[in-house]
Design a binder for this molecule. Structure first.
Ligand SMILES: NC(=O)c1ccc[n+]([C@@H]2O[C@H](COP(=O)([O-])OP(=O)(O)OC[C@H]3O[C@@H](n4cnc5c(N)ncnc54)[C@H](OP(=O)(O)O)[C@@H]3O)[C@@H](O)[C@H]2O)c1
Length: 268
């Protein structure tokens, strides 16, 4: 109800050079048509929460993208925004091959991977080629570092296929003519485009928003049926201070096989 909406709120905001600070007394945004206001109960931390401010320092910009809260239908949003891509791909009927560190093999298998390979092994790409009889067609690379890009490009089978990065990738490392390369931004799903410099910027494409609205229904059904499992959660104490600490942990690369979550208020 409108009477419950506070006049101000606290958020994590970018300052000089993309540094992040807890800032109170910020205005609550005015709602545009078809928008809903969510009182955030908990947030999940994503590597892009520290990568984007480093890449595109924008003083005054709010940080954070995965949240769960109180409104019409947003209680499950953390589950919805971070479903394991692996489960989705499997549900689409594909055979799924995953690369992770050795200690997470069982975890990754429990999410439905048909085959699991150690990305630290020097023969990883060749092992995938052998196991797939040189027929792998699609590779999804969430990191798009030189090492992950080369692994994906080399693992794709003899007749080529598609490489999809979730971060900016070095095009000069994509030497295979039969492989189509692309960068996908989750934010494009609104249909309103992504207002970032190249190569992350995407113009408005309302048809994506239309598609997404029907897709959300499918995702909700999968959650209700228990078919989409969230990542193992590690709760961090400390509300906003916990978020800052968690982002430091992600940046230092000390988190493995867990989704960091911070409760901002009792979500029960
Ligand atoms: N384009 C977009 O819209 C978008 C949106 C959100 C996130 N992202 C990007 O997606 C990436 C992953 O985000 P996330 O939320 O899935 O992170 P996450 O849940 O924190 O995933 C981290 C896991 O990735 C694995 N990993 C790390 N380096 C790897 C490598 N070189 N090869 C294979 N696996 C590796 C690690 O597995 P082990 O522990 O087994 O080593 C780690 O457990 C980040 O780069 C993020 O910036 C992009």
């Amino acid at each position: 109800m409108l009477s419950e909406v506070p006049a101000t709120q606290t958020a994590i905001i970018q300052y000089h050079g993309g540094s992040l600070k807890i800032t109170s007394g910020l205005p609550v945004p005015e709602l545009e048509p078809h928008h809903v206001l969510v009182r955030t109960a908990s947030v999940a931390l994503n590597p892009c929460d520290f990568k984007m401010p480093m890449r595109f320092p924008t003083p005054g910009l709010w940080d954070g993208c995965d949240f769960s809260g109180f409104s019409v239908l947003f209680k499950d949003l953390i589950n919805l925004t971070r479903p394991r891509a692996l489960i989705m791909v499997k549900l689409c009927g594909h055979r799924v091959i995953a690369a992770c560190s050795l200690k997470n093999f069982d975890l990754v298998r429990s999410y439905g991977a048909d085959l699991v390979f150690d990305y630290n092994s020097k023969t990883c790409a060749q092992d995938i080629r052998t196991a797939t009889k040189n027929t792998l067609r699609y590779a999804l690379d969430p990191f798009a570092e030189a090492k992950t890009l080369i692994l994906c490009q080399e693992a794709i089978g003899r007749t080529g296929g598609r490489y999809c990065a979730l971060e900016q990738y070095q095009e000069h490392l994509c030497a295979r003519k039969t492989v189509k390369n692309d960068l996908v931004m989750g934010g494009a799903i609104s249909g309103n485009g992504v207002q970032l410099p190249e190569p992350y910027g995407i113009p408005p494409r309302p048809e994506i928003g239309t598609w997404a609205r029907s897709w959300y229904k499918t995702v909700q059904r999968l959650i209700d049926d228990g078919k989409l499992k969230p990542s193992p959660v590690r709760l961090l104490p400390g509300r906003f201070e916990g978020i800052i600490e968690g982002l430091k942990m992600l940046k230092e690369g000390t988190i493995s096989g867990q989704k960091l979550v911070v409760l901002l208020e009792n979500a029960a």
